[in-house]
Design a protein around this ligand. Structure first.
Ligand SMILES: NC(=O)c1ccc[n+]([C@@H]2O[C@H](COP(=O)([O-])OP(=O)(O)OC[C@H]3O[C@@H](n4cnc5c(N)ncnc54)[C@H](OP(=O)(O)O)[C@@H]3O)[C@@H](O)[C@H]2O)c1
Length: 303
C-alpha cells in the first residue's frame, strides 16, 4: 500500500499544481512541499491562493518552498500571462499537475467561448502545458500529470460540433467528455514526447470518489444519496494519492493511468488503472482532438 510516506525526497524540485487552493490539488501541493519541492500554488483567486499557502505552511512547518500564481483556466489570455510570469522566474519545471476542474455547472462558456468543463478541464490545461513545455524539457526527467476520471469511460466520443455549446447541454455528458479529453491528451502527449525523444513523462491519474468542492453543483440531499451508494467516499488526502504516485514514484512510465486499487476503483491506494473504453484508446480521435486544440488555442507544442 503506497502512501505519501513513500514519496521520495523532492528537495529542489520545482512543481506547479493547478487548482491548489482546495480539494485534491491542495493535498497534492502540501505533500510535494512537505517532501522539499518548491511548489507554485496556482488558483483563480489570489486570496484563495495566499490563504492555501498559509494553511500549508501552518500544517507542515518548514519544508520546501511555496509560491503563488494567479491562473484562471477559463481564459487563454490568463493562461499565457501565468505561464509567461512563471517562465520569467524559473528555468525549468519538474512536475506539472493539471488538476483544476469543474463538474456539472449550469450551462456556461469560458472567455474564449468553450463549454466551461471542456474549456477549463481540458483546453486551459492543453494551452498551459504547451506554454510550459520548454521548461519541462529543461528538467532532468519532468512529469506532466493530468487528472482524468472514471467518468471518462462514460463518454461515447467527442462531438466536435458542440464544444462551444452550439447544440444541447447535458452537464454530466459534458463532464465525461472533458475527462475523456484529458485522458486522450495524456496518451497523445506521451506518444508525441516519445517520438520527439523527450525525457518528459505524460501520465494520467484519477482519484476515485473523493469528497471535495467538486460536488458543489449537486444539491446536498442528492449528494448524500449519491455518496450513500459507495462503501467508502475518500477524503481529499487519500484521493490525492494516485496523483502523488503518478507525479513522484520511480516506477511510473509515460502513458500510464493511475487510480485507486479498490473495487471499481472507487477508493483505495494507488495502482495502475484498468479504466478503459474504445474512445479512450482511439488514437485517431486523440489526433483529431489534438489538431482541434492546437487550432482553437493557437498553441503548437515545440517537441
Ligand atoms: N473529487 C472526486 O471524486 C473526483 C473524481 C474524479 C476526478 N476528479 C478530478 O480531480 C480534480 C480535482 O478536483 P477536486 O475533487 O479536488 O475538486 P475541487 O475541490 O472543486 O477543486 C477544483 C479546483 O479547480 C479550481 N478551478 C475551477 N475552475 C477553475 C478555473 N476556471 N481556473 C482555475 N482553477 C479552477 C477550483 O478553484 P475554486 O476553488 O476557485 O473553484 C479548485 O481549486 C478535477 O480535475 C476533477 O475532475 C475528482
Amino acid at each position: 500500500m503506497w502512501t505519501s510516506n513513500d514519496i521520495p525526497d523532492l528537495t529542489g524540485k520545482i512543481a506547479i499544481v493547478t487548482g491548489a487552493n482546495t480539494g485534491i490539488g491542495y493535498e497534492v501541493a502540501k505533500a510535494l512541499y512537505q517532501k522539499g519541492a518548491i511548489v507554485t500554488i496556482s488558483a483563480r483567486d489570489m486570496e484563495k491562493a495566499v490563504s492555501a499557502a498559509e494553511r500549508i505552511k501552518k500544517e507542515s512547518g518548514k519544508a520546501g518552498g511555496l509560491e503563488i500564481g494567479l491562473l484562471n483556466l477559463a481564459s487563454l489570455d490568463d493562461v499565457k500571462t501565468f505561464a509567461d510570469q512563471f517562465s520569467e522566474g524559473h528555468h525549468r519545471l519538474d512536475i506539472l499537475v493539471n488538476n483544476a476542474g469543474v463538474m456539472i455547472p449550469p450551462p456556461s462558456r469560458t472567455n474564449d467561448g468553450f463549454e466551461l468543463q471542456f474549456g477549463v478541464n481540458f483546453i486551459g490545461h492543453f494551452a498551459l502545458t504547451a506554454h510550459l513545455l520548454p521548461l519541462l524539457n529543461a528538467a532532468d526527467a519532468a512529469r506532466v500529470v493530468t487528472l482524468s476520471s472514471g467518468a471518462a469511460t462514460l463518454a461515447p466520443g467527442i462531438d466536435f460540433g458542440n464544444l462551444k455549446l452550439e447544440n444541447t447541454y447535458d452537464s454530466w455528458r459534458e463532464y465525461a467528455v472533458s475527462k475523456l479529453a484529458d485522458i486522450l491528451f495524456t496518451y497523445e502527449l506521451d506518444r508525441r514526447l516519445k517520438a520527439g525523444q523527450s525525457k518528459v513523462l505524460s501520465v494520467a491519474a484519477h482519484p476515485g470518489v473523493t469528497r471535495t468542492d467538486l460536488q458543489r453543483h449537486i444539491g446536498s440531499d442528492v449528494l448524500e444519496g449519491l455518496f450513500a451508494q459507495f462503501d467508502t467516499v475518500m477524503e481529499a488526502w487519500q484521493g490525492a494519492l494516485p496523483t502523488l504516485f503518478a507525479a513522484t514514484d520511480s516506477s511510473i512510465r509515460g502513458g500510464e493511468f493511475i487510480g485507486p486499487d479498490g473495487p471499481n476503483e472507487y477508493a483505495g491506494y494507488p495502482t495502475l488503472s484498468k479504466h478503459s473504453s474504445p474512445s479512450m484508446t482511439d488514437q485517431a480521435l486523440a489526433q483529431e482532438l489534438w489538431d482541434y486544440a492546437e487550432t482553437a488555442t493557437g498553441m503548437k507544442f515545440d517537441f
